[in-house]
Structure formats: C-alpha cells, structure tokens
Design a protein around this ligand. Structure first.
Ligand SMILES: [Zn+2]
Length: 174
C-alpha cells in the first residue's frame, strides 16, 4: 500500500493534452463577418470539424450549416497557412447565408438552396473575385499538397448527399 502511494506521489506527471495548434481563429473570423455583413446581429455557434490531415477520396465539404442547431461547422483542413484568409472567411460567410437566406420552393415542390438571391448575396463578398480565382486554382490543381481535387459543397450542388455532418440545407440539391 505504502509503496503504491509512494509510486503515486512520485510518479512523473502525465503529459497533459496539448490543444492542437490553430492557425485560424474561427470565432474571430466569424465575428468579423458578422460585424461587416450582418451588423453583428447573428449569434450562431461555430466549430471546426474533421481532421487537418483528412484525405478524402472524392471531395471535402468545407463547411456546413445545421438548420436545427443553427450551428456552422468549418472543416479543419482549412486551418492551414496555405489557405488564404479570404477563402476561409468566405466559407463562413457562405454558411451564414444559409441561415440568413433559407431555401425557396421552386414550382412549389423542389427546394432550391443556392437560389438566385443566395448567389447574388454571395457575390457581395468583398473578396469575391479572389475567391473565384482561388476556386479555379483548386479545381485545376491536382497537385496540391493534398493530391486531391478540393470540391466545396457549394460547387457540388446536386451531387451532395445527406450526411450527419451536412445540414439539411447543404445536403440537398440546390
Ligand atoms: Zn451552401
């Protein structure tokens, strides 16, 4: 018993779990978008999801918005110095737009997610031209550090399926 206690007393402290280093501060980026485009009115939880080391086979969903929990999730793969800040900021902006501009019913039946109004709002993003350029670059580049074509959810409309990570909005065809 005593030996056990001694062992316990003098055991070296267990290494603490060091939080993973983050390049981007999601909260800060979110607050900036909220202030710039939504007069700071929004109060949506925002989190990372996925792994920085993800190697998905087909595509990466950069962001999701869950209509029920009103939560935005951004893929951790964007938490990287090689990703321009305007791009990750745009992903956040895009997901917020899903909150601000709900889907519309087309012909009273099909839900349209990325509808005309949505796309118009998207283009109001201050660095939209840069975002488009970067998108093109991503599409072209099969030799990125990921060795993968990165396809974001918004350019993948129609093909996206419902997944637990995906919101009901982003999961359906637009
Ligand atoms: Zn979307």
């Amino acid at each position: 018993m005593l030996i056990k206690l001694k062992k316990w007393l003098f055991a070296p402290p267990k290494p603490r779990k060091v939080p993973k280093e983050e390049h981007y501060n999601l909260q800060e980026l979110y607050h900036a978008v909220n202030a710039r485009y939504f007069e700071g009115r929004l109060n949506l939880p925002i989190h990372w999801f996925g792994s920085r080391k993800s190697r998905p086979k087909y595509r990466i969903r950069f962001g999701t918005y869950n209509t029920r929990s009103k939560t935005i999730k951004i893929h951790r793969i964007l938490d990287d110095p090689s990703v321009p800040d305007y791009f990750i900021t745009f992903i956040i902006y895009h997901e917020i737009l899903h909150h601000a501009l709900p889907p519309k019913l087309r012909w009273g039946r099909r839900r349209q997610i990325h509808h005309a109004e949505f796309k118009a709002k998207e283009r109001e993003f201050h660095d939209y031209a840069l975002v488009e350029q970067y998108q093109k670059q991503l599409r072209k580049s099969w030799t990125t550090r990921l060795q993968l074509p990165l396809i974001s959810e918004w350019e993948n409309r129609g093909k996206a399926r419902h997944t637990p990570e995906a919101s009901s909005l982003d999961g359906a065809a637009g």
